[in-house]
Ligand binder design. Structure first.
Ligand SMILES: Cc1ncc(C[n+]2csc(CCOP(=O)(O)OP(=O)(O)O)c2C)c(N)n1
Ligand SMILES: [Mg+2]
Length: 309
């Protein structure tokens, strides 16, 4: 069966402002899923709280809407319980880098095979425009009484320092290019992070469509030889250039795949090593009772493997 992008739409009314960048991101998600022909019954989209996180209602799948900042731990649990599922996290800069920031870094260390889509508008859209973690210091958007007193975190460098093995940046209104980045992120084995620049026409009157479009450029168009893949120790010479590009956020803002490490094991691989048979019979696929008794205590499966969170 060949699936079309419309097969991933739902009946839910999309509750975003006119012109919101989230529409472009949603279209790119639908198209990426269709081109990868992912069975909606195998898809789990997990979102926290925010305008962006509402996407869980707009994509056909067995999705979960969780409390603020906790989408990554829930998605990690879903994936580890059944690694056969395709698990995608959607969320805003506030949700994933503010209240959920600790979970964001923990995922990089684990390198679980998840795809994280950050709808990055630099404001708390849902709660009427407070400064988000990616808003630069000194910027005064219309909802702020004074210029922003805190500086921005660089999500790409944070992802790199945390251990994510796929790091990319896209732009909400470039649906086709973004679709390709989302496909590459989903196909990557390991934790994939895509920072998606998303103009918020209602609350961010500084980082507008025009502001972004004057600055963005694609890495592979500037340099056709740009290849950020790490296949072995010999590729580590590429790291300074990769970090230089991740740091570039001002008059010019690079888009595309910034980093992909193909050498690291996933947490699922490490579980399989320590618990042979884990992939064939992960917790979600085991019988929950044999002769009226639990054959495996669900918590013992992960005992001593994940100590924190
Ligand atoms: C524990 C908790 N604290 C605060 C809030 C209020 N709140 C709701 S959404 C949100 C931030 C939304 O911003 P972001 O994650 O960037 O998403 P956006 O709406 O911009 O897409 C906040 C602070 C909440 N719902 N729960
Ligand atoms: Mg936001």
């Amino acid at each position: 069966m060949v699936r079309r992008w419309a097969d991933y739409k739902t009946e839910a009314w999309v509750q975003w402002c006119p012109g919101c960048g989230d529409f472009g991101i949603l279209a790119a998600i639908h198209r990426a899923l269709a081109e990868l022909d992912i069975d909606p019954r195998r898809l789990v989209v997990v979102g926290g709280i925010g305008c962006s996180s509402r996407s869980v209602y707009y994509v056909r799948g067995s999705n979960v809407h969780v409390i603020h900042g906790r989408s990554i731990p829930v998605a990690s649990g879903v994936k580890l319980a059944n690694p056969e599922l395709e698990v995608v996290v959607v969320g805003g800069d506030g949700d994933l880098l503010g209240i959920g920031g600790g979970h964001f870094t923990a995922l990089g260390r684990r390198n679980i095979d998840l795809t994280i889509l950050l709808f990055d508008n630099s404001v708390y859209g849902l709660t009427k425009g407070q400064a988000g973690p990616t808003l630069p210091v000194g910027v005064k958007t219309k909802a702020l009484p004074y210029p922003n007193v805190q500086d921005r975190v660089n999500p790409l460098i944070l992802a790199y320092a945390s251990g994510y093995t796929f790091i990319a940046r896209g732009y909400a209104y470039h649906v086709n290019q973004l679709k390709d980045l989302i496909k590459a992120g989903i196909e990557h084995r390991g934790s994939a992070f895509i920072d998606i620049l998303q103009p918020c026409p209602t609350y961010n009157d500084m980082m507008t469509k025009e502001w972004y479009e004057e600055r963005i450029y694609y890495l592979n168009e500037e340099d056709p030889l740009w290849d950020p893949r790490i296949r072995g120790p010999e590729d580590h010479v590429k790291i300074p250039r990769i970090v230089e590009k991740m740091l570039e956020f001002g008059d010019r803002i690079p888009l595309g795949i910034l980093y992909q490490d193909l050498t690291k094991t996933t947490l699922e691989d490490r579980f399989e090593q320590q618990m042979p048979g884990y992939r064939k019979a992960p917790p979600a696929l085991r019988p929950i009772s044999v002769n009226g008794r639990a054959p495996v205590h669900p918590f013992k499966v992960f005992k001593d493997k994940l100590i924190e969170t």
